[in-house]
Design a protein around this ligand. Structure first.
Ligand SMILES: [Fe+2]
Ligand SMILES: [Fe+2]
Length: 262
């Protein structure tokens, strides 16, 4: 049993929807696919995309990203839409809670971002004027910190497991996984990239691999014994797309050679 990872399909965009044909079209009936958020803000497109993938893989796991929680012109809030997205996943047979498949557990971690993730104080607040989540998400008045609200939902799943674990979140778990702003076109990114609380949960679970998305910056490296992988798919964000699928787990004897950087 092999586990593949992808994120940020953004199939709201036609070119990504067309490219979806490349994702696991053949030969993956025994494999697992992790989809680490940002498929679409349209629930219709989300349903169609997940349904297609669920038909190609043995199991598909998913967590909502920020785009799934946009509520443009709707009376409901983003938390109500979150619950609706989980129901859609349930209806099309896509998992959003932990399950053991073969020799490994796959553990989805719900998350959001918080400015305190920017531990180096590099984020440019003025660049968030154009950040769409500011206009397209709406939260219940008594929710408190949004990232903490999602992390609390993971509570029952934050524990040791009796087999190797692959965890995944949409947002970034460690500041080291966001490049310095001097290399970024969007200098506000550290303020909306991740949450330190994701990494706290990862340290309890102790996975072999953690998959994430959101920044559309490819990643594959080992930090403190955990392999952190981002394999974003979207072709529309000004960064080159990753591979259609990235293999992140092949079995209990899986040995990972960290990529060489030069
Ligand atoms: Fe994205
Ligand atoms: Fe995102």
């Amino acid at each position: 049993m092999r586990i593949y990872a992808i994120s940020d399909l953004h199939t709201d965009f036609r070119e990504n929807r067309q490219a979806l044909e490349r994702i696991g079209a053949t030969g993956h009936r025994d494999d697992v696919l992790i989809v680490a958020g940002d498929v679409a803000d349209s629930e219709t497109v989300l349903r169609e995309t997940l349904e297609l993938l669920a038909g190609r893989f043995r199991e598909v796991f998913f967590v909502p990203g920020n785009h799934e929680l946009w509520v443009r012109g709707e009376p409901r809030d983003s938390m109500e839409k979150f619950q609706s997205v989980l129901r859609i996943c349930d209806q099309v047979g896509v998992r959003t809670s932990p399950a053991r498949v073969g020799d490994a557990w796959i553990v989805p971690l719900f998350s959001w971002y918080d400015p305190s993730f920017d531990v180096n104080g590099e984020g440019a607040e003025d660049e968030l004027e154009a950040w769409a989540d500011r206009y397209f998400t709406r939260w219940p008045a008594n929710l408190g910190r949004v990232d903490q609200a999602f992390l609390r939902m993971n509570g029952p799943h934050v524990r040791p497991y009796d087999a190797p674990v692959v965890t995944f979140s949409h947002f970034v778990p460690r500041p080291e996984l966001v490049p310095s702003v001097k290399y970024l076109r969007f200098r506000g990114l550290p303020l909306v990239a991740g949450s330190l609380g994701i990494e706290e949960q990862i340290r309890v679970i102790q996975p072999r691999v953690h998959v994430f998305g959101h920044t559309h910056i490819p990643e594959d490296r080992v930090l403190d014994g955990v392999r952190y992988v981002q394999n974003h798919f979207s072709r529309g964000a000004g960064t080159p797309p990753g591979a259609p699928l990235k293999l992140v787990w092949t079995g209990v004897d899986d040995v990972f050679d960290p990529p060489m950087f030069c």
